[in-house]
Each structure stands twice: as structure tokens, then as C-alpha cells.
Design a protein around this ligand. Structure first.
Ligand code: PMP
Length: 359
């Protein structure tokens, strides 16, 4: 007997059928400040160098499977060898490979909400059970709560995010040190916004420490279109990840793009410095408005209108052709909105539209 009309003839995994998927609405607006991208493109000299590289690619051959040159260059950036670097298509794929390798059926990952939704989502997609701990009312990680989750669930993976998305909070070094020293399994510190923050968990890495730090080219390197991310960790752990990731997962052009981007580190650092300055200006301007603002160590700022519902303010901004991230219905973030730092002109458009929406 065939399935009733309109019913697909095959079913996905039962847990996948119940999932929502991950969505970030993309609307056609003048000012897009919703996905924490860099507001400016990488240097023109980088694009020219990459164009020249296209002519050198042996298109009929598979790329370097281990992406050794790219990993060597990334390793140099952090003072480690290529065997301590694992690169993939965006740091999301890095996180997925970690979950496939250290999570999976019968294993558990711990997340502390509110945090980056993909930590829980990717864990579930890889069959990993997710246990959730809470943050304090001001979104700080709490040592006692981390200890409770560690003792109750014995997680195989503990996810931290510093600066935390979407709150912007930079985790305290002593607290991260405590988690790394006491967590029963692997600790992943997601530093997608690491260069905007005053300290990095990279300094806690060691060959006998079950810790990895993930980074991305999508934000500070102005290369969201390229989809490239990596982690730094112990060589024995990277070797396990290499068994799991698909063969030739990083194409030749992307490997070249990553290598060449690293030639423009001073330009990247200048972009980061100007965004940090712009963050100060934006936070100061928000503080003068009728909103609660949280301190940020990233390229975005979380705030909550005091008198008007977050949803309504978000819609009013869209009506003014300014798109920010609507977190108003996310658990623990009731009424909150997140704005990515743009160019000063874009941020002025946002501030004007927000002032109007609040009045
Ligand atoms: N981690 C965090 C905390 C993020 O905010 C993002 C992007 N929004 C990512 C990882 C994934 O970045 P990508 O896959 O572009 O490297």
C-alpha cells in the first residue's frame, strides 16, 4: 500500500523528525547586523593574491588531504606545530567532528545556557545526549553549577564559549582553569570571537590536558564566505579527529585562501582594534537609552529594551531596514536583542532606528 498523498515515502531518524533545525532569518534590508560578520572585506591585496592562486590549482587532482601547509601556517600563529591543528569547513564543522569523535550514542555533552545554540544542536545531531546547566542571572558561568553538572552527568564533552554568544561575556580565566582541571571529559572552549577578548584559553593548552580551543576565519579574518575554522589541541586528539573527518574535506582553494589570509595579520589586528573601539562607542550610546546592556568582549552587544517588548522593537528596526538578532524568545534571554558591530555609519543607522523604536 502506498503512503497517503503528500506523505514522503521514507522517514528520517525519529529524533531528526522532531528537530526544528537552526535558522537565522535573512531579510533584504539596508543594514545587516544579525550574524556577527565583519562589516568590512579583507584587503584587496589578499583577493588579488587568491586570484593568482586559482591559476595554480591542479583542478584534476584531489587537494592535500591533511592541509599540511595551512595547518603549519595556523600553527605558527599560535606557536604550535601542524600536528596540533585541525582545520575544517567553518568552526561548526570542527565542533561536529569533535562530537562525532568524542560524543555519539551513549555519550554526553554539557552546555551552560544561554550559550551558542549549535553546541547543543550539533551534539544532538551526532547522537550525543545533551545535559544543560544554568548561568547566573547576569549570564556568568558558576563554578558550583559546573561542578554539579560534572558530578551528576559525567559529561564526555563540556562546552564553554568565551566570549559567549549571544551574551558577549568573557569567561574568567580562573573559572576556565577550574573547569579544565575538574571536568571528567574533554573541554571545548569555543573562541569564535577570541581575538576581541582580553585573554585566551590557548594559554591553558598542554599535551596532557584534555582541552581544545576552536577559532574561525569567519569573524576577525573577514572571511565568512570561505567557511574555514580550526581548533588547537593535543596532537593525539587531532590524530583521532583526522580519522573521523571525510577524506579531502578542505578543498584546494580554501586551503590557499586560509594560508594567504594569514599574510595579512596586521590588517586583521587593525580591524579588530577599530571594532573594539566602535564597541565602546556603541555600548556608551546604548547606555544612554532606555535599555539594559551587557558588557561585551566580542563584536556584538546584547541588550534588552526596558519598556517595550523585544519582539516589537526588533520588528520596528526591520521596518526601518535594520536587521539585528531577535533573541527575545530564547530560553533565559526573554526580551533580549543582539546587535553585531557594523561600520560607524551602519551603527548610527541602528542607533537612530532604535531611538525611534523606543520613543
Ligand atoms: N562558534 C560561535 C560561538 C559562533 O557564534 C559561530 C558563528 N556564529 C560559530 C562557532 C561558527 O562559525 P563558523 O562555522 O562560521 O566558523
Amino acid at each position: 500500500m502506498s503512503a497517503p498523498a503528500g506523505t514522503p515515502p521514507v522517514s528520517p531518524r525519529a529524533d531528526v523528525a522532531l528537530m526544528e533545525g537552526y535558522h537565522s532569518p535573512q531579510l533584504d534590508v539596508a543594514v545587516r547586523l544579525n550574524t556577527n560578520e565583519s562589516p568590512v572585506a579583507p584587503p584587496a591585496a589578499f583577493v588579488a593574491a587568491l586570484q593568482a592562486e586559482v591559476a595554480k590549482v591542479e583542478w584534476h587532482r584531489y587537494p592535500d588531504r591533511r592541509a599540511w601547509q595551512l595547518r603549519t601556517r595556523i600553527g605558527e600563529l599560535h606557536g604550535v606545530g601542524p600536528e596540533q591543528v585541525f582545520a575544517a569547513n567553518g568552526s561548526n564543522e570542527v565542533l561536529q567532528t569533535v562530537c562525532l569523535t568524542y560524543g555519539g550514542a551513549g555519550r554526553t555533552a554539557a552546555v551552560f545556557e544561554p550559550t551558542y545554540a549549535l553546541h547543543g544542536h550539533i551534539s544532538r545531531l551526532t547522537g550525543t545526549t545533551v545535559v544543560t546547566g544554568d548561568r547566573t542571572d547576569d549570564f556568568a558561568l558558576d563554578a558550583a553549577e559546573v561542578d554539579r553538572v560534572s558530578a551528576d552527568a559525567r559529561p564526555d564533552i563540556t562546552f564553554l564559549c568565551s566570549p559567549n554568544n549571544p551574551t558577549g561575556l568573557v569567561e574568567e580565566p580562573d573559572l576556565v582553569r577550574h573547569v579544565v582541571a575538574t571536568a571528567p571529559g574533554l573541554v571545548v572552549v569555543d573562541e569564535a570571537y577570541g581575538q576581541f577578548a582580553p585573554w585566551s584559553a590557548l594559554e591553558l593548552l598542554g599535551d596532557d590536558v584534555p582541552l581544545v580551543v576552536t577559532r574561525t576565519f569567519s569573524k576577525t579574518w573577514s572571511m565568512a564566505a570561505a567557511r574555514l575554522g580550526y581548533l588547537v589541541g593535543p596532537a593525539w586528539l587531532v590524530a583521532e579527529l583526522e580519522k573521523v573527518v571525510l577524506p579531502y574535506h578542505l578543498d584546494a582553494l580554501k586551503q590557499a585562501a586560509g594560508r594567504l589570509a594569514l599574510d595579512y595579520r596586521p590588517e586583521m589586528e587593525a580591524r579588530v582594534a577599530s571594532l573594539v573601539e566602535e564597541r565602546g562607542r556603541l555600548v556608551a550610546a546604548l547606555t544612554d537609552l532606555d535599555v539594559d546592556v551587557w558588557p561585551s568582549g566580542a563584536n556584538f552587544v546584547l541588550f534588552r529594551p526596558r519598556q517595550r517588548a523585544g519582539n516589537d522593537v526588533w520588528q520596528a528596526l526591520v521596518d526601518s531596514s535594520v536587521l539585528i538578532r531577535n533573541c527575545a524568545s530564547w530560553p533565559g534571554l526573554e526580551g533580549c536583542l543582539r546587535v553585531t558591530l557594523g561600520t560607524p555609519a551602519e551603527d548610527d543607522r541602528f542607533l537612530e532606528a532604535l531611538q525611534e523604536a523606543l520613543s
